[in-house]
Write a protein that binds this ligand. Structure first.
Ligand code: PLP
Length: 406
């Protein structure tokens, strides 16, 4: 195949017809010629975030400790923005705080405490490492049985995978809504309902979903969820993660870490812990205001664009990538590592090849940033607000060129 099989015109037409095209101008430009297809690992900075961080620097310098009057409630304020604009949750159900990993631990521990008679926890074998490691640690600490779900590596976990592990001993299920390797979307409402009928709680990891696919946590009956803000929400490196606790569960569950930011009358500095009502009772310690500030800018931009429009472009970008894959890459050695059905696929496309590691670094050397996941996956992350169809074309063209020289 030659490069003429990748007509520039088609990519340009798709870009010209893209209703979100103008949003690319709301992000800090990349170096000229860079094709950034890794927004699913670290989203690009919004211009608003960079401006607000600079302004925050000035506030810090001028206001010092007095700034906290304004900063103190940011975890729940930004949580409310996220709840309304991205998660399909109610005000007071989401806090933006701490890391995803710490939030997995906290919500999983609280869920296990709420099911004291049950001694098993289920998690998918191909689940994101940090979730598995945290659950392994909790299982060791509490002497629990781990039930590994043999979810398909491409199609992700299904109700059929869950069925065999459901019984009266199962306390908790931990799953990603969009799988980090293949981008498979799990049927969150069906899995949540099935687990709940068996008396178990489900903790959803939304790290690859938030800002890329529609979420309706309330409508789906989700009780517990966590996720990060630095992928499709463009919050920046180390920006705080979020946690969602359904309103009706907030008092029933007990947070395992009793920090002073969860204390009802925080500044009375009283002798005993008395937990604040609502989502504030799930905070721990001093929140990271710089990260919250940039995360808020990203979340607001996602809400402004609208998650339905973002989803439509995510489908169009990944469909286009697969169209190019079929035309140019469906050769011996390559395999598609993502679901073909757009309804079951998030916003990245996995391409598998035995030389994936080397190809990923060769692509980077030529200005195309994708990422490698063991053992043979290249992830092409197509962030709907920042990725153009022409970048998809350029990225795939470079891969075709590299493969022809292997
Ligand atoms: C990115 C990601 C995380 C990240 O966890 P951190 O604590 O923010 O490092 C967790 N889970 C999933 C599924 C992810 O994709």
């Amino acid at each position: 195949m030659t490069m003429t099989a990748l007509p520039i015109e088609r990519a340009r037409q798709l870009d010209a017809a893209d209703p979100l095209a103008s949003f690319r101008g709301r992000f800090a430009p990349t170096e000229p010629g860079l094709v950034y297809l890794d927004g699913n690992s670290l989203g690009r900075p919004t211009l608003a975030a960079l401006q607000r961080i600079r302004a925050l620097g000035d506030e810090w310098a001028a206001d010092l400790i007095r700034g906290w009057d304004r900063w103190l409630d940011l975890p729940s304020q930004v949580g409310d923005l996220l709840a309304a604009g991205v998660l399909g949750a109610k005000p007071g159900e989401v806090a933006v705080t701490d890391s995803t990993t710490v939030n997995v631990y906290r919500l999983a521990a609280a869920a296990l405490d709420a099911r004291p008679g049950r001694r098993a926890v289920a998690i998918a074998r191909p689940e994101f490492p940090t979730d598995r490691y945290v659950i392994e640690g909790l299982a060791r600490e509490r002497d629990l049985e781990i039930r590994w779900l043999d979810a398909d590596a491409v199609d992700g976990p299904t109700t059929a995978d869950l069925q065999p592990v459901l019984d009266s001993n199962l306390a908790l299920v931990v799953l990603s809504h969009v799988t980090y390797r293949s981008a498979a979307i799990a049927d969150a409402p069906a899995i949540t309902t099935l687990a709940r009928e068996a008396g178990a709680l489900v903790l959803w990891d939304l790290s690859h979903s938030g800002g890329s696919v529609p979420l309706e946590l309330e409508a789906w009956g989700v009780d517990l969820a966590i996720g990060c803000t630095y992928k499709y929400l463009n919050g920046g490196p180390g920006a705080p993660a979020y946690l969602y606790v359904r309103r009706s569960m907030q008092d029933e569950l007990r947070p395992p870490i009793q920090g002073w930011f969860a204390q009802a009358e925080q500044f009375e500095m009283g002798p005993r812990f008395e937990r604040a009502n609502g989502i504030r009772g799930w905070l721990v310690g001093t929140p990271g205001i710089l990260g919250l500030t940039s995360a808020a800018a990203g979340i607001e931009l996602v809400a402004e664009a609208g998650i339905e429009a973002i989803r439509a472009k995510g489908v169009a970008l990944t469909d286009y990538a697969i169209e190019l894959y079929d035309a140019l890459l469906a050769t011996p050695g390559c395999a598609l590592g993502s679901p073909r059905d757009a309804a079951r696929r998030g916003a990245h496309v996995a391409i598998r090849h035995p030389a994936a590691r080397r190809l990923t670094s060769d692509l980077a050397a030529r200005g195309v940033i994708v990422d490698f996941r063991e053992p043979d996956v290249m992830r092409f992350g197509l962030s709907p607000l920042t990725t153009s169809f022409d970048e998809v074309r350029l990225g795939i063209a470079k891969l075709v060129e590299l493969l022809s020289r292997l």
